[in-house]
Design a protein around this ligand. Structure first.
Ligand code: FCB
Length: 445
């Protein structure tokens, strides 16, 4: 066993999102989001689950911060529900919604926990979807106006902001695959949405910078390496295309000021949404880059729009059937450091769902602990090899509403017994408490 110590000031944390934990989205004058609407549509979520109650964090937030204190947590990443603050997405403000986050931030700070606030984790106000949502370019102003309200109210205390969580998922699962709200299936529409997400991000960042506030602002991208299935040139080329689609579609405009040629060439009709000056606005709109890493892809030449085929890798699997591949995190961090201009990196989500069972009031989730240990070790290696990684946030503080999977998948370090809303620290939570406290972990391997 060796002790892997992280650099001084490295930020260990835990993450959640509003829609997945809060519940009661319309309480005290809040509005409905596209996820409220979507989950109430038949056949969209496992067992017809909805986030109507979720973890009832909207009422239990004090108790939940108490649990964070018990874990010795120093960094907590959460999101604001846009429709709680602006029930119609624009215009009339709901003071009670803004007060909720104001109190949350105050109480976190009292507990010595630094808040990282995400403005958009997929819960677009329904009223804006009715106007076309992310397909309508006006979303850039709607989002920036909402962001400006959040900065004005919370920006004196929130020192780390994230504009948008995983634009890939919003564009691809929400607008191309249809597995997520708003449930659309339109390839070109999805590409237009991806561009609007970039622009909305950039506009919110420029509003933030105009406030003169001293915090950092960035975005969270979900990514993993696209590894070729063999060393055949056709597979290597296919892996390059998969990478352009899954990662460079977002990395390149943010960090290079361009979209990958391969995507411009393959989908020319989609890009009339790019107006003169857009790419200049998007470039350099990051103080840091947040990375959500869950798995890599193994790619061979195939058919379909991108000519790729996803193969099953040899690694073991989580309850999501995602391959466990910690070295993918190291590879990803090193690749970002190598291929892009220098930018501070944060792992903002990393974690796994397993079949947890409650035994005599305990959850012995050894597999989750091993998962996290191996990923932290991979992150540690990347730092040793020069990746500018500043922090690592585990997904998630507690079990919650896992989108289309409803409550069937548990990612938490804290177990939630949904019928009673009782919270139980899993073994992994106790282990992570020690990691955070010692600033590193014992690791063998
Ligand atoms: C990420 C999402 C997060 C959660 C995890 C498992 O893609 O950002 O909300 O669902 O996956």
């Amino acid at each position: 066993m060796t002790f892997l110590r992280f650099p001084e000031g490295f930020r260990f944390g835990l993450s959640t999102s509003a829609h997945q934990i809060e519940g009661y989205s319309t309480a005290d004058g809040g509005g409905r989001s596209i996820w409220d609407h979507f989950a109430h549509t038949e056949g969209t979520t496992q067992d017809g689950d909805t986030a109507d109650v979720a973890c009832d964090h909207y009422h239990r937030w004090r108790e939940d911060i108490g649990l964070m204190e018990q874990l010795g947590l120093k960094n907590y990443s959460f999101s604001l529900a846009w429709p709680r603050i602006l029930p119609q997405g624009t215009g009339r403000l709901n003071p009670a919604g803004l007060d909720f986050y104001d109190r949350l931030v105050d109480r976190l700070l009292e507990a010595g926990i630094a808040p990282t606030a995400t403005l958009y984790h997929w819960d677009l106000p329904v009223a804006l979807q009715q106007l076309g949502g992310w397909l309508n370019r006006s979303v850039v102003d709607w989002f920036a106006d909402y962001a400006t309200i959040a900065f004005a109210r919370l920006g004196d205390r929130v020192q780390q902001w994230v504009t948008i969580n995983e634009p890939q998922v919003v564009a691809m699962l929400g607008h191309v695959g249809g597995q997520h709200a708003p449930g659309l299936r339109d390839l070109w529409g999805g590409l237009r949405v991806s561009h609007h997400l970039m622009l909305a991000h950039a506009e919110a960042v420029s509003r933030y910078r105009a406030t003169g506030q001293s915090g950092q602002i960035g975005i969270k991208l979900v990514m993993g390496p696209a590894d070729p299935a063999s060393d055949q040139p056709a597979d290597i080329a296919a892996a390059g295309r998969a990478d352009a689609w899954g990662s460079r579609l977002f990395l390149d405009p943010l960090l290079r000021g361009s979209y990958p040629d391969i995507l411009l060439e393959r989908f020319p009709e989609a890009w009339s949404c790019i107006h003169p000056g857009d790419l200049e606005r998007i470039l350099d709109s990051l103080d840091f880059l947040g990375i959500d890493y869950y798995f890599r892809s193994v790619i061979a030449e195939g058919s379909g729009q991108m000519g790729v085929k996803h193969l099953r890798g040899p690694g073991p699997r989580t309850a999501m059937d995602w391959e466990i591949w910690p070295q993918g995190l190291r590879d990803l961090l090193l690749r970002l450091a190598r291929d892009y201009p220098p930018i501070p990196l944060y792992v903002m989500e990393s974690g796994a769902a397993f079949e947890d069972t409650l035994e005599g009031g305990r959850v012995h989730d050894r597999a989750r602990q091993e998962y996290l240990a191996s990923h932290l070790a991979a992150a540690h290696q990347a730092i040793a090899q020069g990746a500018p990684l500043q922090g690592y946030f585990v997904w998630s503080l507690m079990d919650n509403f896992e989108w289309a999977y409803g409550y069937a998948k548990r990612f938490g370090l804290i177990y939630v017994d949904y019928p009673t809303q009782q919270r139980i620290l899993k073994d992994s939570a106790l282990w992570y408490r020690e990691v955070m406290q010692r600033g590193g972990l014992e690791f063998e391997g």
